[in-house]
Write a protein that binds this ligand. Sequence first.
Ligand SMILES: [Zn+2]
Ligand SMILES: [Zn+2]
Length: 392
Amino acid sequence: MPVINRIAEFHPEMTAWRRDFHAHPELGFEEFRTSAIVAEKLRAFGCDEVVTGLARTGVVGVIHGARGPTGRAIGLRADMDALPIQEQTGLPHASTIPGRMHACGHDGHTAMLLGAAKYLCETRAFDGTVYLVFQPAEENLAGGGVMVEEGLFERFPMERIFGLHNWPGMPAGTFLWREGPVMAAVANLEATITGKGAHGALPYQGNDPIVIAAAIVQALQSIVARNLDAADAGVISIGMIQGGDTYNVIPESVRMLGTARWFLPEVGDTLERRFKELVTGIAASFGASATARFDRAYPATVNEAESTRLARRAAETVAGAQRVVHMPKPTMGAEDFAYMLNAKPGAYLMLGGQRSADDASVHHPLYDFNDEILPIGASWWVTLVEQLLPRE
Ligand SMILES: [Zn+2]
Ligand SMILES: [Zn+2]
């Protein structure tokens, strides 16, 4: 595996950074300790500029190549936030904060990009500028979107931006790429049905919101089955139904929460329209009223063709062509790097981290980031820079 030798030399150091972040996880927009360490290290490595406070806890490191700024620039992005999960690994570097865990490997992403920063500051074997974007709040809170809104690409004009996520379900050191959609768009759904409660023995005196909710849940499954083109992906799932307190009382109202996923904008519009029509229409037909919210969260993550080709070429240089694998289908998961890819051409790759078939996946209390892939990810970052911004 042709990991860059100089990067292999600081593998132990990168591992120590990663485990320190792991022991001190912070939730979205609260990454104060993490971002302070990131900024301090970027300054110590010799970044030309370190900008803090973008999207509250975001950090951008600026590194110019050997000849200084040339007008050309690319961006490399890592995420820094942890999850509200109680870690159960029992590892020596396990989380020291109850109910908080780096269960998505963003500690590893931060350490890999720091490793690349250290190498790039030291060698500067490129012409142009690299922006190292350390973003807060990838999980649910759209920290990447906030960075874009706060002028990331105006303040740091770049040609392309790249992202990398570890993937415990793929063999360690394998890169996974896909052109076009890789992750889905998301909406959070909420419906409240308000009717007339009654004694459970005398239901004709009310208009049972529980029965109405049951009819709605069934009908929502007809949207994907009967309103979408069968060749287009879409999902609606109800994850929570809440109503009533006891055996023999029909409640006044029922509340439901759910999620919708899709790739094409017109599919998102159909899901929204039909969700609202079914919830309010079915409730009305039973003589009850309802509110339906379809709150759009992350857009779809879509890799631009040329950036994908460049990202793949750098991966093949680092890992060898046989370890760079095409991802046949996108996943219905979501990723807030989507906001950056909506604003700028770029690509998002996965890097396998699997040790054995029974490894816990991301977002699991037993998940354990594989430190063996740190130098592979860092080598990919610097290879991208040296290939995209070659010395003249
Ligand atoms: Zn995650
Ligand atoms: Zn993640």
